[in-house]
Design a protein around this ligand. Sequence first.
Ligand SMILES: [Zn+2]
Length: 295
Amino acid sequence: MAFNFSVTPGFLIQTRQLPLETSRRASAIQTKVYPQWYKQATVEWSVPASWGNCIFDVYFSQVEDTDFVKINSTPITGTSFTDTTLREESKYNHGYYVVEAILLDKGNVALRSSPVTWKTAQRDWVTLRAIEVQRREYWLLSRFGGIKSYLFRRKNYGKRCTTCWDPLTETVTRDNCPNCIGTSFEGGYFTPVSLFLQYDPTPNNLVKNYLGQDEENQIGAWTISMPDIRLGDIIIRTGGWEAYEVTRIATTELQGNVVRQMLTLTQLSKGAVEFQLVTRNLPDFPTQYLDSYQL
Ligand SMILES: [Zn+2]
């Protein structure tokens, strides 16, 4: 099935005042800003897979309707941006971000998100409590219970893989393609972000059945509500350098505010095509292990 793209009025939201020169606003750009207890803010976004290959710019303004200034120096190919110009005390001020997506496969159409801020209109007591819970949990995770890990977010849009993707039939022609790691998108995963996860003790179950015996390869882990973890993402645990696929996510909420992400992780074998992520872009991976980890 061929894909047709057209910009229809229904899918764009035109606002009363257009804060940026370009007039196209797209509600389909999902944008989040977090967290406020850092000395910086991270803007994270996602766009529909159907948009194809995109690059992004991030704009900032202290007011919601005007004066947006581009804050990234080069176009962003990933799905997040950390604004280090934000000062710690600025959480008492307002600030708004707009993410612009440039759709490279659709004639460089530029679409912009609605302004988002770290300060929601009304911070009720529960929200403040939820933020405080997370601040404390992050502190504990980063110092005691947590193990530094890397989250590789699986690509669900972008340039299709040149090795295995057949544009005519829109199908993958090769299983376990090493170029896109089976995702059908070039590179397979976005640049990793580091996070702290608390892992459950490794289960030590041996299940015997008439086919032989199985060892349990799933493990539980949790972290705070950010970054957004999605099914199919890959988590690399430092130290042991195990690779896991996220196969189940449940959240704990405090009256509607997500405070924890509880994950079920399925450990990947060293032969799995995703395992090559272990050696990719991870600054603290011990290079002396490279030989044994190469596929
Ligand atoms: Zn491929």
